[in-house]
Design a protein around this ligand. Structure first.
Ligand code: ATP
Ligand code: MG
Length: 336
């Protein structure tokens, strides 16, 4: 295994649609904070998006938009390596090795496979939707990542990655760093404002329940004002209880994640749902507005975005080729 002085983080996002508040609080915000302390690698995983994209001409524009958003939230191309997965073909190469390292049973137990196929009833379900956790294991292991900063929904994916790394190391000798998942204290699982039992997702068409980073301030405020809560009244209606009051808990958690407090603490300030919704909406707008402005500026300069992604891919390939080579040697494949 390579010896690094600075610990490394790796985390990726799929170009499957507009980035939302859950992506920001669960992942992106922590990626930005991490670039000071870690050698940070962040991928735009277009190969994963292919599991659900069936029309031509969509993936390219979505990839560029996500790149602009990653820089808009504050990833600094001088400090963080931001790259497009398909520009680093070692992902596919180690991906196959990982497909042969995870078991059919492990893939069958992935809750995201069950969720995503349940939502796609009567639609085409690709084989990739079943096997992508193996590719995701390769995404992580290629970079010798010590930590993977993610939202709660991705924990099981890091778990299968750890199991695959341990199994490979056991079979073929010490090759991969076994990574740890890291999730934030608040905002690790932001739920839809319209259905607080379902998480916000890029690939779901839930406009009113999903707060996008590109939404105009008025639209964000409106979504918060219309957020689904419950019919409780009285002085203690605003309290933090995820099981019996999921809508209110979601608002409290979003508020807490933005203001740096705990959800229970925020609850003490409120007796009315209306005031909680308005204040939370305004706090979110204050955070998102500068991001939106920077995003629109960055998106205007496609040449500069392409240049940054080329630099990122070159840096990513340097690390990825070395790890792939190590893995192939460990297995004892005949060198080309
Ligand atoms: P898709 O619907 O295409 O799977 P997604 O919204 O789940 O999109 P991903 O690209 O799969 O986004 O995940 C990117 C990162 O955002 C991951 O770290 C994931 O854990 C995090 N994330 C996704 N949704 C949420 C959410 N609702 N709350 C907190 N974090 C989230
Ligand atoms: Mg997802």
């Amino acid at each position: 295994m390579s010896e690094q002085s600075t610990p490394r983080v790796l985390s990726c996002m799929q170009p499957t649609g507009d980035v939302h508040l859950g992506n920001y609080l669960g992942a992106l915000r922590n990626w930005v904070a991490g670039q000071d302390r870690y050698d940070a690698f962040h991928g735009i995983v277009d190969l994963h998006a292919l599991t659900v994209i069936e029309e031509p001409g969509i993936i390219g524009p979505q990839t560029v938009e996500l790149a602009a958003m990653l820089f808009a939230v504050g990833l600094d191309p001088e400090r963080a390596t931001v790259f497009v997965q398909s520009h680093v073909p070692e992902h596919n190469q180690l991906g196959w090795i990982m497909e042969c390292t995870v078991s059919y049973g492990e893939l069958s137990r992935m809750t995201q496979f069950k969720d995503k196929t349940a939502k796609r009833q009567n639609e085409f379900i690709s084989g990739g939707l079943f096997t992508y956790p193996a590719l995701q294991a390769a995404d992580i292991l290629l970079y010798d990542a010590n930590e993977v900063p993610i939202g709660d929904d991705q924990r099981q994916h890091v778990e299968i990655t750890r199991d695959a790394a341990i199994r490979f190391n056991h079979r073929f000798g010490d090759t991969f760093v076994v990574p740890d998942a890291v999730t934030p204290a608040a905002g690790a699982r932001v739920m839809s404002l319209q259905d607080p039992t379902a998480k916000m997702s890029k690939s779901d068409d839930s406009g009113a329940g999903c707060v996008y980073l590109v939404d105009e301030p008025a639209a964000v405020l409106k979504k918060f004002k219309r957020a689904v809560t419950d019919s409780d009244t009285g002085a203690d209606a605003v309290r933090f209880d995820r099981d019996t009051k999921p809508g209110v808990a979601n608002l409290l958690e979003i508020n807490a994640a933005i203001t740096g407090r705990s959800p229970a603490d925020v609850a003490e300030d409120y007796e009315q749902y209306g005031a909680l919704k308005v204040d939370t909406g305004e706090a979110v707008v204050a955070t998102l507005e500068p991001i939106r402005t920077r995003y629109l500026e960055l998106l205007d300069d496609r040449g500069e975005l392409a240049r940054r992604l080329r630099v990122g891919a070159d840096k990513a390939r340097e690390v990825a080729t070395a790890t792939l080579d190590r893995a192939q040697r460990a297995i004892g494949m005949l060198p080309a």
